[in-house]
Ligand binder design. Structure first.
Ligand code: OXD
Ligand code: MN
Length: 583
């Protein structure tokens, strides 16, 4: 056995000695293994099979009602120096973190099978990819990892070759929230998670590895691990631009990644690379290139219908694991705004009673392999990734942020990203709809001090003169009666079209203190019922509100003390001065 495999074996032995599983199963990632695990879980009630005719190979999992979302308040980054984790993370020293969580792992797998899951984040043949091994006592996690990552023998071979991997240890424990922790040890490339079986807490390849640990690794190695979807937009002339968009959780990254061009933009095609995470590297020519470390989707189900995301709606009619949706009398999955069928049983398996709330949990999810997506890009497995033309930040804002604007330059773009604010959603436990700062949509996911993270972002300017342009979008502007001003979904391509035209220097824009905004008429609104007045509102700057935003952001920066890079402070102050001048 080579060193890396014996290192792995040694770790597996250590974990087994602490957790006492009844059996150990090394996952190969084969289809036969998947079928066998599904069978096991339908037999023990972890999964139930959905209507075979309408939803072939689809299963429903109902989680513990206390375990339905990410738990940011129980998520820790463990570094020697608390300042390295930053005010953006909960902190414990590595020694305290290990001691606290190891005690919970003692005997945690008694009576259970321990699954050893080797996986590769990113195309197996890509130099940008990184491997990990998750040890878990959840067969549900094992099948989800098969759908979400390149899992199994090929990953194990790569681990053997490279001699390094991220170690993720997970147990569902007793699901008691007081014994639930998700801990990260970036210096050791390791993760320990106990007490939750839910997605982002338990599928350790996703948020824990591909964002928190990877962002840390990326800073040391000179790349970026970001909460971004990646999409290729092909125009009727056959030219494709790839853009990477960072929006907070449950703000429409999946819908945008799979959008269907509106009738008024004939000949456009969309190629999905990823819907949640991008790893971005500068190549030898200074071009920023992206890979999606994942190979499946763990998407929010409610709201998915033929109008909002027909590709996703169709994609999840087969080979899908649903978590916490409702069911119809005909045993089909059901969720709010599905627009077909009626719920008979809610997400807790009870007979549906509208007085007890929503039928599907607002954070109910689908897990499905990316290959089910009819517009999955042919380049999704390309080892060199795709060249990125534009980076787009966005949030869910009723007011303030215009539909779209372009940052003045890279440094200003870092300010634009750092000052993203958004209304919270059901993706994490906590109040929904309150505005919180979510820089680069990474608040829950940056594995180190945001001050150092912004410095890292700023450093790219010195390393390349071919960096993508940076934009900000807001699909969620509302009028005084709470109606959305912009139709969103497929129509968002009109805005992306403007963004591409800007990248290609094909179109002018008006310069304002917050960036470049579209000139009147430059966003194509043909066939849309939207007045010129509304478009003016969507594409203008509210100077007073923007000034208040800028001031709030300055106060937020203060919470990072002297870790805030001087250049970011200067940029914030420069924008403040420009806003003052415009008052
Ligand atoms: C997700 C999230 O599941 O961001 O992608 O919460
Ligand atoms: Mn996400």
């Amino acid at each position: 056995m080579t060193t890396s495999l014996s290192t792995l074996q040694q770790w597996v032995d250590e974990v087994a000695a602490r957790t006492h599983p009844d059996n150990i199963h090394w996952c190969t990632g084969s289809d036969g293994e998947y079928a066998q695990l599904i069978q096991l879980m339908t037999a023990d009630g972890t999964l139930s099979e959905l209507n075979k005719d309408e939803y072939p190979n689809c299963y429903l999992h109902l989680s513990d009602p206390s375990d339905v979302a990410r738990v940011e308040h129980l998520t820790y980054v463990c570094t020697d120096d608390q300042e390295d984790a930053g005010p953006n993370n909960n902190w414990m020293s590595p020694a305290d973190g290990h001691a606290k969580i190891d005690a919970l792992f003692d005997g945690a797998m008694r009576g259970r099978t321990m699954y050893v899951i080797p996986y590769c984040m990113g195309p197996i043949a890509s130099p940008y990819s990184r491997c990990g091994v998750e040890i878990t006592d959840s067969a549900y996690v094992a099948v989800n990892m098969k759908l979400m990552t390149r899992m199994g023998s090929a990953a194990l071979e790569r681990i053997e070759r490279e001699g390094t991997f991220v170690r993720g240890l997970h147990s569902t424990g007793d699901l008691d929230p007081v014994r639930r922790f998700i801990m990260h040890f970036p210096a050791e490339l390791s993760i320990k998670s106990i007490g939750s079986g839910y997605g982002g807490n338990a599928l350790l390849g996703k948020k824990c590895h591909a964002l928190r640990i990877a962002s840390h690794q990326a800073r040391d190695e000179g790349w970026l691990a970001e909460h971004m979807m990646i999409v290729g937009l092909e125009n009727p002339e056959g030219e494709t631009h790839y853009i990477a968009c960072a929006f907070p959780s449950a703000c429409g990254k999946t819908n945008l990644a799979m959008l269907i061009p509106p009738h008024s933009l004939p000949g456009w095609k969309v190629h999905t690379l990823g819907d949640d995470i991008a790893w971005l590297h500068l190549d030898e020519e200074g071009q920023l290139r992206a890979i999606n470390p994942e190979s499946g989707y763990f998407g929010v189900v409610p709201g998915t219908n033929k109008q909002t995301n027909e590709n996703a709606f169709n994609m999840i009619t087969r080979d899908t694991i649903f978590t916490n949706v409702a069911r119809t009398a005909n045993n089909e999955p059901w969720w709010e705004a599905k627009n077909v069928g009626e719920p008979a049983f809610d997400w807790q398996g009870r007979e549906y009673d509208p007085s007890t709330g929503k039928a599907a949990h607002p954070n109910s999810r689908f897990t499905v392999a990316a290959t089910n997506n009819p517009c999955y890009s042919e380049l999704a497995d390309a080892p060199e990734g795709v060249p990125i033309s534009a980076i787009v930040f966005g949030g869910r804002r009723k007011r303030v942020a215009p539909l779209v604007y372009e940052a003045k330059n890279w440094k200003h773009g870092v300010l634009v990203g750092a000052s993203v604010g958004s209304e919270t959603t059901a993706a994490a436990i906590g109040e929904v709809g309150v505005i919180r700062r979510d820089p680069m949509a990474m608040k829950p996911f940056c594995g180190y001090n945001f001050g150092d993270y912004w410095k890292h972002w700023l450093s790219f300017e010195e390393r390349s003169d071919k960096l993508p342009r940076i934009f900000h979008v807001n699909w969620f502007r509302q009028d005084d009666d709470g109606n959305f001003l912009w139709p969103g979904f497929g129509e968002n391509l009109r805005v992306l079209h403007w963004i591409i035209d800007r990248c290609e220097n094909r179109i002018g824009a008006k310069e304002t203190p917050i960036g470049f905004l579209p000139n009147e008429g430059d966003i194509d609104t043909s066939e849309l019922e939207i007045s010129a007045e509304t478009m003016r509102e969507l594409t203008s700057v509210d100077i007073e509100r923007s000034k208040i935003e800028n001031e709030h952001f300055a106060e937020y920066l203060d919470t990072f003390g002297d870790r805030v890079p001087e250049a970011l402070r200067e940029e914030q102050q420069r924008e403040a001065a420009e806003l003052d001048k415009a008052m």
